[in-house]
Every structure is written in C-alpha cells, then in structure tokens.
Design a protein around this ligand. Structure first.
Ligand code: AMP
Length: 282
C-alpha cells in the first residue's frame, strides 16, 4: 500500500493501473475509519482491481460553529486499517493541496441540497459537492462508493455526476450498524456512555416505523408519529422527515414510491443522522 499526499503522486501511482485498463475504485472519507468505511472499501475491492481511499477532513463542508477543529483524527490507525483491508493507495492531502491560495470556484448543488441537513447546515452540500468533484478530478476513478447513512449526500453526489457528465459510476452501500443498531459514525466517539444509551432512540424509532411499514402501514403521518414516539428521549430533534427517495421532497401519502425516513438529532452536544429506506412493492 502507498500513502501519498499530492495530486502529482496520485497520477503517478495510478498511471500503471490506467495503462493496464484496470478498474479503479474510490472511497472518499474524512478518516477515523470504522466498519462503515470498511464496507465501502470491501465493496470497492469486490469490483475493482485498485482501491483508492482518500482521507481529508474537508474544511468547506463545516459551518463556522461546527466541529472542524475537534473532528476525530487517527491517521496511523486509519493507515493500518486500510492496509489490512487491501487498499492500494491512501491519498491524504493537506488542506493547501486541495484548496491552494486564491481558490474560489465551487460546485453549487440545487434542490436536493435544500431540505433535511441542507436546511440546518447552510453551505454544507456546496462544500461536499466541491470537494467530491475535486477528488474525482484528482483520482479519476471508474467507480466511487458512498454510504447510505449520508442519504442526502448520496443523492447530491449522484445528481452532480450526472449533471456535470462525470464518467464515474456512483455506488451506494447500506448503512453499517453496531450490534445494538446505532449507525456507525466517526462522531460516535464524542458520545459519553450515557449519551450512547440515549442515542439508541434514533435507530429504535426508525426501525419501529420500518416494521409498521413492513406490516402494511402506508400513511406518512402515522409512520412519522411511530418514529417520533421513540425519539422523545433525544436532547433535540432537528428533523424527522419522510421524503421521496428521488426528489427528497415530502413523501406523498399513502406511500407508493420508494421513500426515506430521515432523522438528525442531538444527543448531548453530538449531532447524529440516520435513515431507513421504505420500499413499497408494486
Ligand atoms: P465520512 O468519513 O463520515 O465523511 O464518511 C465517508 C463515507 O463513509 C461516506 O460515503 C459515508 O456515507 C460512509 N459512511 C459513514 N458511516 C457509514 C456507515 N455506518 N455505514 C456505511 N457507510 C458509512
């Protein structure tokens, strides 16, 4: 495995793979890797000859009062996890490599970036779309892997790749959860033991609604109400919405199309997000 920090090195490291027409898979991350990231790496390894993982805590996707400076980092551990997982290249650029002086060009996503997290994190998806498109240009992968846990991010990136004619297949990988169903997240390390227990209300609410959906409930308000009952114990519910799986606009009731039940909630001072997909069978 090679660890590299510059765009020039990325091109050099991948030149051989490209000459040999090998399929290059790409997993963008902010590091502090867990089994969720490893599932993306595994998916890439299953279908690509070469897997590139980027580790970059992207400043442009954090708001002024968010956790950029305290975001968990452990580069040596990440490197070891990548090596053990069969990654070919870890690309860990510094902030100046990605955003050199006088950088001023951004990607502005449209309607998909407005609801849910977009409503509470102004500029977040602009930062995400910008860094993902830059990383795509740097690595030039054939396929890139994203986690369903960041459902809206998947939608924004997928739309961007289509709208900007990026010749990259976007694959979404299901959310990996702890044994008690808490969605894995680098931010889970902020949770005290007591917070950790209360955080379970999030997945409990989502899975309770998913179970009622499985049993035939199709009324949007009722499904939201079922999840909400469980979410009483979080410190602050930022949003709980059932949205259309394609447009991310409020889902029409009764549900007849794929939809996502999405939540963002604070437990202590930690903001957690999660979702479940509800897929009506025709
Ligand atoms: P992050 O490092 O949090 O920016 O995440 C990097 C990638 O890993 C994104 O595509 C995330 O959606 C994905 N990811 C994060 N947590 C999980 C999880 N629990 N299961 C699956 N993918 C995840």
């Amino acid at each position: 495995m090679q660890t590299i920090t510059t765009v020039a090195e990325v091109h050099h490291a991948l030149a051989e793979a490209r000459r040999a027409d090998k399929r290059v898979g790409f997993v963008p991350t902010m590091g502090y890797l867990h089994d969720g990231h490893l599932a993306l790496i595994e998916a890439s390894r299953a279908q690509c000859a070469v897997t590139v993982v980027s580790i970059f805590v992207n400043p442009t996707q954090f708001g002024p009062n968010e956790d950029l400076s305290t975001y968990p980092r452990d580069f040596q551990r990440d490197e070891k996890l990548c090596r053990d997982a069969g990654v070919a290249i870890v690309f860990a650029p510094g902030a100046k490599e990605v955003y050199p002086a006088q950088f001023e060009t951004f990607i502005e996503p449209g309607e998909l970036a407005k609801p849910l997290c977009g409503a509470f994190r102004p500029g977040h998806f602009r930062g995400v779309a910008t860094v993902v498109s830059k990383l795509f240009n740097m690595v030039q992968p054939d396929v890139a892997f994203f986690g369903q846990k960041d459902f809206q991010q998947c939608a924004v990136v997928r739309r961007m790749a289509i709208d900007l004619n990026m010749p990259i297949e976007i694959v979404t990988v299901p959310t990996v959860r702890e044994a008690d169903r808490l969605a894995m997240s680098s931010r889970n390390r902020y949770l005290s033991e007591e917070d950790r227990g209360r955080a379970l209300a999030i997945s409990r609410g989502l899975f309770a609604a998913a179970e009622e959906f499985r049993l035939g409930e199709r009324n949007v308000d009722k499904l939201i109400a079922i999840a909400k009952r469980h979410l009483e114990t979080v410190d602050r519910l930022q949003y709980l919405e059932l949205v259309d799986g394609d447009t991310l606009k409020p889902a029409a009731s009764p549900l007849r199309r794929p939809a996502a039940l999405c939540v963002a909630a604070y437990v202590g001072s930690t903001r957690l997000i999660d979702n479940v997909i509800l897929q009506p069978t025709p």
